[in-house]
Design a protein. Structure first.
Lengths: 116, 117
């Protein structure tokens, strides 16, 4: 099964509303990233949060991380039609030496549709 | 322009006919990786490379080979493609801060849509 699982699978909102997507994972992580994918195109990195951080902001994006619940949420405020895309979380785990194993695990994604 | 390029972008082939999908990045990134994307399954990692001459299996390596002879290139080889390898393939790369390979902030190529008949 996937390390990261997004919820909901699909979200439909009106322009100006906020969109919240959740990601749950199973094993301990060292960081969690969120990516956006426009229909069939390459993914674009949005934001990264490390395991010792609880909240991070970037423009209209707000990411939270709760390691005790093994979950993260991505909030997009004041959404725009251009935010319509699929959003994926991805998790990485470090080895005992503090470096990445190199294995990045993606969830199945949330499809966000923002209506003008 | 900093980018990851993949070729071809679209490919229709037949079962058993060897093919190579090329991936090249111009950002001097140490880490490179291949993923496949299938409906309902998200992205799954096929192989990754922490640096030149270092490659490791991801979650779904069966039926694929890779090589990393140069830092900028990371080709994906399907020796004997089968219909279950029909998928959308992405190559990605990332920088190694302090020389330590990292999966942080991956740059993705545009994708290669492969159909195996």
């Amino acid at each position: 099964s996937q390390q990261g699982e997004e919820d909901p699978q699909a979200l439909s909102i009106q322009e100006g509303e906020n969109a919240t997507m959740n990601c749950s994972y199973k094993t301990s992580i060292n960081n969690l990233q969120w990516y956006r994918q426009n229909s069939g195109r390459g993914l674009v990195h949005l934001i990264l949060i490390r395991s010792n951080e609880r909240e991070k902001h970037s423009g209209r994006l707000r990411v939270t991380l709760d390691t005790s619940k093994k979950s993260s949420s991505l909030l997009i405020t004041a959404s725009r039609a251009a935010d319509t895309a699929s959003y994926f979380c991805a998790t990485d785990t470090f080895n005992a030496g503090g470096t990445s194993y190199g294995k990045l695990t993606f969830g199945q994604g949330t499809i966000l549709t923002v209506h003008p | 322009e900093a980018q990851v390029t993949q070729n071809p972008r679209y490919l229709i082939t037949v079962t058993g006919k060897k093919l190579t999908v090329t991936c090249s990045q111009n950002m001097n990134h140490e880490y490179m990786s291949w993923y496949r994307q299938d409906p309902g399954l998200g992205l799954r990692q096929i192989y990754y490379s922490m640096n030149v001459e270092v490659t490791d299996k991801g979650d779904v390596p069966e039926g694929y080979k890779v090589s990393r002879k140069e830092k900028r290139n990371f080709p994906l080889i399907l020796e004997s493609p089968s219909p279950n390898q029909t998928s959308l393939y992405f190559c990605a790369s990332s920088f190694a801060p302090g020389g330590v390979p990292s999966t942080d902030t991956q740059y993705f190529g545009p994708g290669t849509r492969l159909t195996v008949l």
